[in-house]
Design a protein. Structure first.
Length: 168
């Protein structure tokens, strides 16, 4: 490897020394010109081409960003929970919700935002549907529950303490 590099260096030196001053200047300018062209082709031209492409596509990209922001705003508005018109807890409201599910209260006592409800020989599935409905429509939750299974399938005796949240 050293022999080869020494031979190349010697042949280059002999070639350069065989030239007069004018030829050396011309060769040096030619090498500089070729180096400048190669640098331009390898570094500057791709950068200029990319810059021109960016200028051409930038307005379209700005438009797409604006559309995406508008869609994002629409999606956030749609995902926000809808205001709920909550029904106040009353004997009539609870009785109508019970009857809508085919249930009848053995006893129902309301005191402010709390209610005591007793059900006898009712369907467990209908009771769950009733509780889900009043939770969604009136924001009434179960504070305490006592459920006893009966000998018949899906039949229970239940006692609930219900509470309506203060938030509308």
């Amino acid at each position: 490897m050293k022999d080869w590099s020494i031979k190349v260096q010697q042949s280059g030196t002999s070639f350069w020394s065989a030239r007069d001053v004018r030829e050396r200047k011309i060769l040096l300018l030619a090498v500089l010109f070729i180096a400048a062209v190669l640098i331009y082709l390898a570094l500057v031209a791709p950068a200029l081409k990319g810059r021109a492409q960016l200028r051409a596509t930038l307005p379209q990209l700005h438009e797409q960003v604006a559309q995406m922001q508008a869609l994002s705003n629409d999606a956030s508005r749609l995902s926000a929970p809808a205001p709920v018109n909550r029904m106040e807890m009353s004997n009539d409201m609870l009785a109508s919700a019970l009857s809508a599910h085919g249930l009848k209260a053995a006893s129902l006592n309301i005191s402010g935002a709390t209610a005591q409800l007793q059900l006898k020989s009712v369907s467990f599935g209908q009771t769950l549907a009733f509780l889900e409905q009043i939770q969604q429509t009136a924001q009434i939750s179960v504070d305490a529950a006592k459920i006893s299974a009966l000998n018949k399938t899906d039949m229970i005796d239940a006692s609930f303490t219900l509470h309506q949240s203060e938030q509308p």
